[in-house]
Design a protein around this ligand. Structure first.
Ligand code: DX5
Ligand code: ZN
Length: 221
């Protein structure tokens, strides 16, 4: 069985201790760091921009994946690439011209993720799937950490897994929102291979490493 990958989402970290918390997640075996970028427009909340990515680049060797929850994402991909992002994830609902945005990200030498809000059907990505490295399925409405996992998204995860399998390409299926010890086993059984987790890692009562261990244990069913 393939080990699930963990992408701690720093949205739930203590921002006054950000460097130390990311180092702790790296030491505990995180596979990548998930950075949620919000503009108060595409989603109602505001979070962080390229300066945070630049600062993180100096404290970790882990890949930085930037989840853009912003309007007109094509305007900002270059700034995030320059700041040190390794992967740029764009909502299919936000990009004016998704293909063009993918090309721009590739041209900058970065990996590309396509993100689906809960209400977006996987059908809309079938013709762009072959051009991306990651499909990120949202299992909460984007905008805030700490929300409850939507079990109705399990069917969508299964559908995306099937779509990916038909491409015969190594496209990762990542899941974001409400991932905790209760939802993890179902997500993995449905085909999720990379788990984004904020609250269940950074707010874990026993600390970051224990939170990650608990998710890994839960992923084994
Ligand atoms: C929500 C973000 C998530 C968020 C997940 O819009 O995309 O990455 O940080 O937080 P939890 O794990 O607390 O649901
Ligand atoms: Zn996210």
């Amino acid at each position: 069985m393939i080990e699930v990958k963990l992408a701690p989402s720093i949205l739930a970290a203590d921002f006054a201790q950000l460097g130390n918390q990311v180092r702790e997640a790296e030491a505990a075996g995180a596979d990548r760091i998930h950075v949620d970028v919000m503009d108060g427009h595409f989603v109602p909340n505001i979070s962080m921009g390229p300066v945070v990515v630049e600062a993180l680049r100096r404290v970790t060797k882990l890949p930085l994946e930037v989840h853009l929850m912003i309007a007109e994402p094509e305007r900002y991909v270059e700034a995030f690439a320059k700041a040190g992002a390794d992967t740029i994830q764009v909502h299919v609902e936000a990009a004016l011209d998704f293909r063009q945005t993918v090309r721009r990200i590739r041209h900058l030498g970065k990996k590309v993720g396509v993100v689906l809000k809960p209400g977006t059907s996987p059908v809309v990505i079938s013709d762009i799937l072959a051009e991306v490295d990651i499909v990120l399925v949202m299992t909460v409405e984007p905008g805030f950490g700490g929300q409850a996992f939507m079990p109705s998204m399990l069917e969508k995860i299964r559908q995306v897994r099937q779509l990916i399998d038909t491409t015969r390409k190594e496209i990762e299926l990542e899941v974001d929102g409400g991932i905790d010890v209760h939802s993890t086993a179902q997500v993995v059984a449905a085909g999720g291979g990379v788990l984004v987790a904020g609250s269940s890692i950074f707010h874990a009562p026993g600390g970051i490493a224990k939170g990650m261990d608990a998710l890994r244990a839960a992923s084994k069913g």
